[in-house]
Design a protein around this ligand. Structure first.
Ligand SMILES: [Zn+2]
Ligand SMILES: [Zn+2]
Length: 418
């Protein structure tokens, strides 16, 4: 069986892997690179692809899948929740694209019609390849993939988290014996602060600001992070006003229809009942000026209602802006973190509000990645992907030196036979 890395090799973005036997070829993810202009994985002729497995809705894994629906239907396998969230994000991606995209709404709709719903641990057969999805603990409806063909077993972790969060259960790691493993390397050289400690610090600082009469703006990604923050506030019985705005409302509505994917549906519904939903401009103007918490996308301040709120909330020193996710270099969020200023609509704005960063990641940290490697059964070859600047190479070296497994950080376009 052949594995070809079409994208996401030695980089974060445009994740795409082709798995091919003598008779069948399936793709694991087909994402985009979100730069100034979007980048795509290497091309595969659609007629040579039998199916696509979609692991989760982040555009760096899903954003290029509709390319396969330009001329013919192509089955896309994933959980039903993943399909709904992916559709929401791709719709927004098309809507906001000021540059050329190789597909439109019509292809997105063809993708939705070609979707095949799969439950976790349900076995699927495509040609002579069998696979199943396992909960990855990374995003609602997200999955790792266990794949079997020609007597070999392969694991693709996709993005995963082996630590439970308020929103999601931890990844299902019951992988069995393996011949090859494709693993993410996002945080291979960095540990996250322990969740309990981080939550405590976050809650205390939020309360501090609100009790001094301030407003806390929390720019957060619409799918997952926004709801995680609401759940953290609910779990700590936060008693001041909290509102949620923008696409995060839509994503929350979708999750309400799929509570079985969440770790604690009761806590999630408590959070939903606790938050107010900002539905119009009058409300938006009102909440920006009263003590409380505002959860609004975009997480890195690239558009969305957060860019409105920051102009109001940012003006006063009693207020705060708390970033709760990774900030890609070059984004307004990163600029805010590093220089205390923000460029919105081409205008530089000095921010007087307190700025904080809380690393509520949904990826494994270095310790969890290493634990995963040490826990593997069999003698698999390990491919390290989805890492920035040298991370994939360093992680592969660690696997070889410390665990004694064969390990490679593939180059884009590289093919291996298992
Ligand atoms: Zn992801
Ligand atoms: Zn990713």
């Amino acid at each position: 069986m052949e594995i070809k890395f079409l994208g996401g090799a030695r980089e974060v973005g445009r994740a795409a892997i082709a798995v091919k036997t003598g008779k069948t070829q399936i793709l694991l993810d087909y994402g985009v690179m979100l730069n100034h202009t979007p980048g795509f994985p290497m091309h595969v002729p659609p007629r040579e692809v039998d199916a696509i497995v979609a692991t989760h809705s982040h555009l760096d894994h899903s954003g290029a899948i509709p390319i396969f629906h330009i001329s013919e239907p192509k089955p896309v396998y994933g959980t039903n929740l993943n399909l709904e969230l992916t559709s929401l994000l791709i719709k927004d991606f098309i809507h906001l694209s000021s540059y050329y995209l190789p597909y439109e709404y019509i292809e997105l709709n063809a993708m939705i019609r070609s979707h095949k719903n799969v439950n976790y641990r349900e076995e699927v057969r495509v040609g002579d390849i069998r696979f199943m999805l396992l909960n990855s603990g990374h995003l609602p409806g997200g999955a790792s993939v266990l794949l079997e063909a020609e007597g070999k077993r392969i694991l693709y972790t996709s993005d995963f988290n082996t630590i439970e969060t308020r929103l999601l259960p931890k990844a299902d790691q019951n992988y069995g014996e393996l011949d090859a493993v494709i693993i993410e390397s996002t945080y291979a050289d960095e540990d996250h602060t322990e969740r309990r400690v981080l939550e405590e610090k976050f809650i205390n600082e939020v309360i501090d600001v609100v009790e001094s009469g301030g407003t806390v703006l929390i720019p957060a990604f619409s799918v997952g992070r926004a709801q995680e923050i609401a759940c953290i506030l609910a779990a700590h019985h936060f008693e001041y006003p909290v509102v949620i705005d923008g696409m995060a409302r839509e994503a929350s509505r979708i999750l309400m229809g799929h509570l079985e994917f969440l770790r604690d549906p009761r806590l999630f519904m408590d959070a939903i009942h606790m938050v107010g939903w900002v539905e119009d401009w009058r409300e938006r103007k009102r909440v920006a000026k009263r003590p409380g918490v505002i959860i609004a996308p975009a997480g890195m301040l690239k558009g969305g209602p957060a860019t409105y709120y920051i102009q109001i909330v940012g003006k006063k020193s009693r207020n705060a802006i708390f970033l709760v996710g990774y900030q890609i270099p070059g984004t307004p969020g990163r600029e805010l973190m590093e220089k205390g200023r923000c460029v919105i609509d081409g205008k530089v704005r000095k921010i007087k509000a307190r700025i904080g960063f809380f690393d509520f990641s949904s990826h494994c940290g270095a310790s969890e990645l290493k634990e995963t490697i040490r826990g593997l059964r069999g003698k698999p070859i390990v491919f390290t992907i989805h890492g920035a600047e040298g991370n994939c190479q360093k992680f592969a070296k660690w696997i070889k030196d410390e665990v004694g497994l064969e390990a490679k950080a593939p180059n884009p376009g590289e093919t291996f036979t298992i």
